[in-house]
Write a protein of this length. Structure first.
Lengths: 83, 413
């Protein structure tokens, strides 16, 4: 079974909900640093959880370009499609 | 103030610290008295946060060599090795480092930071892959960014996750370069290097180990974790610094690989910066000699590290996973770390505050580093100051209730 875009979105939201200290409304427009208050290392750690679940590695230059959850979704979809 | 608007949040935090009159990121030593004491704010202060592991900064032989070289060859080289030439000392120190590590090649950089920048950016080309331990030092991250390689990180100290990353890259062209550290500078934990070496053997690739905090600390002859773990043959490049156990400034890389010297004309942090002054080179060479000559310094350092680690753990502080010359206690939050730090400083003890994102897992740390030059009495005094401040602030159990803490402390003495 391959992960469709919807599945990957659900994985992102699920992973975030379980790691954030308080519940936050999440959407593809959610800004990772401004809205979620994650610092650079926390973002990389959170991406690591998702990498495990999708069995992919996201290069750091790609992570650096990500601002919103929608950006992250696009990067993950792209990487997953090329596995 | 639009130029610095992007730093507004940080600037607010920084000025709040300045206003308290005790900013751990802006400490001035009025006079340094010895490897373990300085005058801060008019008061003689015990230094427990200077990474001066072997206490060689005031070693008479080291100072004599430095003075002699400065008088003979001047205060600075006023240029870079490739544009303005090498002095005998640069080459001599490179040979001495290669000899110490039993490798054919050595290369000296002007700082430890630049050693990582220079090596990682030059080893990994555009189509190669750098695979970093997630808790790597900023210089490793920055060195990775300076080159054009694909960079991924694996979970700290996890051979399984390293294997996963290498497996995912199995069919991707390009060299795979794994980067880990000997001792991690925030919590003082060591890498499972034997396991990493086994993963490297299974998947192929190159292994770089940064021994900045483990040179002179670990291994039968002080070469670091690779020696201690018995996997030196699996380590392709060792990077390190002169500014900790060797008491100077500068960095290095040693290796056995053919063609190593090409790095001298491709590594920009090596090429486009001034080389180390003769006095620093001569001091480092002599400090390396002392390190080899006096293994007792290493034994004393490790005994001191154990004394502080056991002492603080015994009081009920949460410390790092294993004793090492880096002894960090976990604080509940940054504000408590600042308050605790400033209370210790007011009592005459200098330590460090380390905060995320420099620390792993978002931890606020009160970080100490031990020296071979600390006397048992100095360390016991430091532990007593931790006990008093920790109890006052409610960070550890009060003196009556946890008799176990006192017993452990007594046992450690």
């Amino acid at each position: 079974m391959s992960d469709s875009g919807g599945d990957i979105r659900e994985i992102i939201f699920e992973t975030l909900r379980s790691s954030l200290p308080r519940p936050v409304e999440l959407s593809e427009q959610t800004h990772i640093v401004d809205d979620l208050g994650l610092d650079s290392v926390a973002v990389m750690d959170f991406v690591m959880e998702i990498e495990d679940r999708l069995d992919i590695s996201v290069p750091l230059d790609k992570i650096a370009e990500i601002e919103t959850l929608g950006d992250l979704l696009a990067v993950l979809r792209d990487l997953k499609a090329h596995v | 103030m639009t130029l610095f608007a992007k730093y507004a949040a940080l600037a607010a935090q920084y000025s709040r610290l300045e206003e308290t009159g005790a900013n751990p990121f802006n400490v001035a030593f009025e006079t340094v008295l010895s490897p373990t004491e300085a005058i801060i704010g008019g008061r003689t202060t015990l230094l427990l946060g200077t990474n001066n592991y072997l206490g060689l900064t005031y070693d008479p032989a080291v100072i004599a060599k430095s003075v002699e070289a400065t008088e003979l060859s001047g205060t600075g080289t006023t240029g870079s090795r490739i544009a303005n030439g090498s002095y005998d000392g640069h080459r001599g120190l490179e040979r001495a480092l290669a000899d110490f590590y039993g490798r054919r090649h050595g290369m000296v950089f002007s700082t430890g930071y630049q050693a990582n920048l220079g090596i990682l950016s030059a080893l990994a080309g555009k189509d190669d892959h750098l695979i970093l331990d997630a808790d790597s030092h900023a210089s490793i991250y920055d060195g990775s960014r300076l080159g054009h390689a694909q960079v991924t990180r694996f979970r700290h100290n996890s051979p399984e996750d390293l294997a996963n990353r290498l497996r995912r890259l199995k069919d991707t062209p390009g060299e795979k370069i794994i980067v880990v550290e000997g001792i991690y500078s925030m919590l003082g934990d060591t890498a499972p290097l034997r396991e990493f070496a086994a993963v490297k053997r299974e998947y192929g690739g190159y292994l770089v180990v940064d021994e900045a905090h483990s040179l002179g600390v670990l291994g039968a002859t002080g070469r670091g974790l690779a020696e201690e773990a018995g996997v030196e043959e699996d380590v392709d490049f060792i990077v390190g610094t002169f500014s900790k156990s060797l008491g100077g400034v500068g960095g290095f890389c040693v290796a056995d690989i053919d063609g190593f010297d090409i790095l001298r004309v491709v590594s920009r942090p090596y090429m486009f910066t001034a080389s180390l002054p003769p006095g620093v080179i001569a001091a480092t060479l002599e400090a390396l000699h002392q390190l080899r000559l006096r293994p007792g310094l290493r034994y004393q350092l490790n005994a001191n590290a154990r004394r502080l680690y056991d002492g603080l753990a015994g009081l009920g502080f949460t410390v790092g996973p294993e004793p090492s010359p880096v002894v960090s206690t976990v604080m509940p939050d940054p504000d408590t770390a600042f308050a605790f730090w400033s209370r210790l400083l007011a009592a005459g003890l200098y330590t460090n505050v380390s905060l995320p994102p420099a620390t792993p897992k978002g931890l606020a740390l009160l970080r100490c580093s031990v020296s071979a030059a600390h006397s048992p009495a100095q360390l016991d005094h430091a532990i007593a100051l931790f006990a008093a401040a920790g109890r006052e602030m409610g960070l550890i159990p009060p003196v009556d209730a946890p008799a176990w803490g006192e017993r452990d402390l007594a046992a450690a003495k």
